[in-house]
Design a protein around this ligand. Sequence first.
Ligand code: FES
Length: 149
Amino acid sequence: MQKKIISEWISVGMLSERTGVSVSALHFYERKGLIKSQRNTSNHRQYPKHVIRIVSLIQVAQRTGFSLEDILLEFEGLPNRTRVTLEDWEALGSRWQSELDRKITQLTELKNMMADCIGCGCLSLERCWLLNPSDELGEKGTGPRLMTE
Ligand code: FES
């Protein structure tokens, strides 16, 4: 019986097909240092199969609002950057969930402040919390701060 050989490497087209990410985006990720390929004997790029999980994580992180630079920093903190384990995913997911909670709180506060401004339109540096939250400009001194900075 002939043994079936399963390749541990996939082409950029296959990676694109498996992740739904365009080939050009995958090349962009590689230029940014998020994923790595190697050249085969025909000089074509090939990726280890476990890169599928890394690309999937990049997609989740981007949907969460992280920039590629943020994601790269997160990946650099992983014990083994070339292979993402279930434990890595749990740690990343937990941190990303905290970041989402922080953003939700921040956006809810902004929404509440905006509700006070609807129908007002004064955009007063003294009164408007949207324009000058917590009177931050007042802490810098008197005068037309926005005009001189
Ligand atoms: S626009 Fe008047 S308080 Fe914000």
